[in-house]
Write a protein that binds this ligand. Structure first.
Ligand SMILES: Cc1cc2nc3c(=O)[nH]c(=O)nc-3n(C[C@H](O)[C@H](O)[C@H](O)COP(=O)(O)OP(=O)(O)OC[C@H]3O[C@@H](n4cnc5c(N)ncnc54)[C@H](O)[C@@H]3O)c2cc1C
Length: 464
């Protein structure tokens, strides 16, 4: 069931001062994200679109839209910049795209914490925090366009997670200001841990207006590429640098051959067929890292200070930018997301490389887990053949004790969340009692709430 078009069409007439987008092509663009990375999601979500989009600039404007939608039972899909890659911000049942990118003020930095409106771009946040000596603890590789609210609602972490873990680690997010979806919307400040009930739930249980996050000291980072002839030597170097407690770092990314061959813009630094490690280190730690590289037989082919890198940063070759860069050259590729066991990660990576090399290309991001263990997660590139084979590959990974955070699913419980914390669903009952936020994405809502509108419930296999 979709939103009632007559009621949707009334919104811009009732609220004429707001920035409405009604042009069908623009609404369709604002209804898409990077779900096209997945051939499965691309097929399932191709025809999904909102009926209208709106770009509020003030809290009063957000409130006016939310109140009107709640009154008329119109679905709302909140959007930051639409860089999510699981169809998180693609509306399944039409309605309104609430584009938060215009609600983007930087509020303050104090005592190692910072606060901003949800629509602020991460790069803008850092631009305003750095003169005060602080920066964000994690930057997804989409930091130029992605918003703080979108990272919280649909992301994991990124560069910086090697020191601070994922966003979900205790102490990273301190509080959120939320608007409920009711005819008279309420404004609620939630402090951690309750604030985390809105994290990575695809904007299904509240409209996040502001976020307060702990920050990291701003440093001058040096970016390097270290290349190797041997897969194992490169892997062990990446793991060794990543776990070295005295080295201050922001990013350690391992790219097994032939992944570096896809980075055509960096070709002069990446000899064909090499294995490469991309590292971003504090200036004081660079010499230590270079000594470790030499001892491991690695060659430093690229070294740039922040000033020398300018706007061209290696971060935009890491995390899912690796996937994007490769997809630009070969649209037949896809990817998987995997989490290794901290105590056995090297052994598991080597075994899976031996088994699937050629079909699965190893890309690893080193990080600390939510509980602080040193580990790596994989964003392996796949030479895609069929959905059945993709499932088989993910199953082989699971059989090796590796967790798969399936990026080919748009329903919360089918992705990395698995079973939802009942408190998340309870919060939805309080903050979005009609189930209007991003309907169809949270299966537990329809299973647990007898009053939930069954018309919005996902089908059993989500294959709509
Ligand atoms: C090339 C590429 C690289 C990426 N690299 C990384 C990475 O390194 N690390 C990482 O974690 N992710 C990564 N991602 C995923 C994504 O870019 C990030 O999670 C990003 O932070 C999402 O921000 P956004 O503003 O684009 O959010 P959107 O995609 O617009 O939204 C994401 C989800 O959050 C919800 N949401 C947005 N704003 C609000 C709000 N104010 N209140 C409530 N809900 C809200 C939306 O409804 C949606 O479900 C990558 C994606 C791509 C395509």
């Amino acid at each position: 069931m979709n939103a009632d078009p007559t009621l949707v069409a009334r919104l811009p007439i009732e609220l004429p001062a707001l920035d409405w987008i009604t042009d069908t092509a623009r609404v369709a663009r604002l209804s898409q994200d990077f779900a096209w990375f997945s051939p499965v999601l691309k097929r399932q979500l191709a025809d999904k679109s909102a009926d209208i989009a709106v770009r509020p600039r003030t809290e009063a404007e957000v409130r006016a839209v939310v109140a009107a939608c709640a009154r008329d039972a119109i679905p709302i899909t909140v959007r930051g910049s639409g860089t999510g890659n699981y169809g998180q911000s693609i509306p399944l049942h039409g309605g309104v795209i609430l584009d938060m990118s215009g609600y983007n003020a930087f509020c303050w930095v104090r005592g190692g914490a910072g606060r901003a409106q949800a629509g602020i771009r991460l790069a803008d946040f850092d631009r305003q925090a750095r003169p005060q000596g602080w920066e964000l603890r994690w930057l997804p590789s989409t930091f130029r366009s992605a918003t703080l609210g979108g990272l919280f609602g649909g992301g994991f972490g990124g560069a910086g997670s090697i020191t601070y873990g994922p966003i979900a680690a205790t102490g990273n997010v301190l509080g959120v200001r939320v608007m409920t979806v009711e005819p008279e919307p309420r404004l609620i400040e939630l402090r951690a841990p309750d604030a985390m009930l809105l994290h990575h739930v695809y904007g299904t249980n509240g409209v996040v207006l502001e976020l307060e996050v702990a920050l990291a000291p701003a440093l001058d980072w040096i970016e390097s590429i270290v290349t190797f002839g041997s897969f194992d030597a490169a892997l062990e170097f990446a793991s060794g640098v990543g776990s070295a407690p005295g080295l201050v770092k922001k990013e350690v990314c391992f790219l097994g051959a032939p992944v570096p061959d896809y980075m055509s813009a960096l070709a002069e630094y990446l000899p064909k067929g090499c294995h490469a490690v991309l590292v971003v280190m504090a200036e004081s730690s660079q010499a230590g890292m270079e000594n470790m590289a030499a001892a491991a037989g690695g060659r430093i082919t690229y070294r740039k200070t922040a000033a020398e890198s300018g706007s061209r940063t290696l971060l935009e070759y890491t995390w899912n930018h690796t996937t994007l860069v490769a997809l630009k050259l070969d649209r037949t590729l896809t990817y998987i997301q995997s989490g290794f066991e901290p105590a056995r990660h090297l052994e598991q990576v080597k075994a899976l490389e031996r088994l699937l090399a050629g079909e699965v290309m190893m890309h690893l991001e080193f990080l600390r887990t939510k509980d602080g263990a040193f580990n790596c997660s994989g964003l392996q590139l796949i030479r895609y053949s069929t959905e059945a084979r993709l499932d088989e590959i993910m199953q082989i990974y699971r059989e090796h004790g590796v967790t798969i955070n399936n990026p080919h699913a748009f329903i919360l419980e089918d992705g990395k969340q698995g079973e939802l914390n009942p408190a998340v669903v309870e919060l939805k009952r309080r903050f979005d009692p009609q189930g209007l936020l991003n309907p169809g994405k949270m299966r537990s809502w329809y299973a647990l709430d007898a009053d939930a509108d069954e018309a919005y419930a996902p089908s059993v296999n989500a294959d709509n």
